[in-house]
Design a protein around this ligand. Sequence first.
Ligand SMILES: Cc1cc2nc3c(=O)[nH]c(=O)nc-3n(C[C@H](O)[C@H](O)[C@H](O)COP(=O)(O)OP(=O)(O)OC[C@H]3O[C@@H](n4cnc5c(N)ncnc54)[C@H](O)[C@@H]3O)c2cc1C
Length: 395
Amino acid sequence: MESVSQLKKPTPAELLDRAKRVGTEVAAVHAADVDARARFPKEAFDRLRAEGLLGAFVPEDLGGFGCKIDDLSAMCEALGQHCASTAMIFAMHQIQVACLVRHGLGSAFFRTYLTDLARRQVLIASVTSEVGVGGSMRTSICAVERQDGGVRLKKNATTISYGEAADDLLITCRRATDAAESDQVLVLGRRADCQLEKTSDWDTLGMRGTCSPGFVVTLAGPEDLVLPVPFADISSRTMVPVSHLLWSSLWLGIATAAVSRARAFVREDARRRPGTVPPTATRLAEVYSSLQSMRANVHDAAHECRELMDSPQGDEALSTVGFALKINNLKIAISQMAVQVIHQALLICGIAGYKNDSKFSVGRHLRDAHSAALMVGNDRIYATNASLLLVLKDD
Ligand SMILES: Cc1cc2nc3c(=O)[nH]c(=O)nc-3n(C[C@H](O)[C@H](O)[C@H](O)COP(=O)(O)OP(=O)(O)OC[C@H]3O[C@@H](n4cnc5c(N)ncnc54)[C@H](O)[C@@H]3O)c2cc1C
């Protein structure tokens, strides 16, 4: 069998087709069980690995597919239509890869690491949240300690999605023990250098397959593990825009799936009463218009992110006040609209949508979508936007 590293670079259409097939042939089949048992979607990740998709964003000269951010967005949207947990884990992994690709290529260590990631299809989890700072990503209590050419750190993380299934971690912490709480770096936690002690369980309303309990992470390893760029830059230029875009893409996918079920319900209703338009068809027209707005918003942001990332002045543009407001607003709008749209789909399907054992059920979609407003709390983002608007020069 051809190994992943030998696969020919797929076109964007081929990449999307692969993600769609993972969605329909694997993720959809196991989604209900993943949700019911709050278990890692292993089957979907085995297939994503076999398709080489975990290294999709790694540059071609390092053995990846060198795909663009809008390709990742389309893949997240496709996966989100079948299993939200699979799509969220895929998105979170790609966010970590994007940080390494866009800020680590100046380091020989990270070039080798990314080559290995593409070859072995390594899965990376994110450790930004911490007991004591809540969801404030730009604040850390834990700090890197340097000793005898090596680094150590200990972080009490509130939530690490797929912490047990991940191969490696990317951890935020203060640059040094005497650094300010916002003077952070990003540290690669290779599994062999880390110990994880689970501190809580993950029995939640939705996104159950992300398996995201708390852990105390202890790391000891070489100095090379610290990314050579301040986290402040990584955060504004990559982690925040890519997170908000990829999360929004998969939330759009969840909403699309719920509307598809509503559409199927209305069609079945219409077939039962030939020659009449069912009353639910008007509600369907209404929800379809909301879905179209969501789609336009996400696709426009994906296109803009790609253009900025491809342009020589992109890094500056990605960290302007204007763009930060725009991408924060995308996250807020799509996280709210996803829940509203799925709720409208529920009203269309009625009891058939409310039942878990019905082909029109949208219960899982609704539960999963409720996590969207919490993943970096919308109130926190509104507070950030309020400060940004005070200094916005022109719109
Ligand atoms: C499905 C899922 C997966 C996750 N995976 C990970 C992961 O892999 N790694 C990771 O590090 N984290 C992860 N998280 C955590 C996530 O990124 C956030 O850190 C976390 O959801 C925020 O937790 P919080 O609501 O307790 O914290 P906070 O953001 O501190 O919010 C607490 C409360 O305060 C309110 N609040 C906060 N700031 C303001 C303000 N300025 N004005 C008004 N109200 C405010 C909020 O609305 C909320 O009610 C995950 C979360 C979810 C839901």
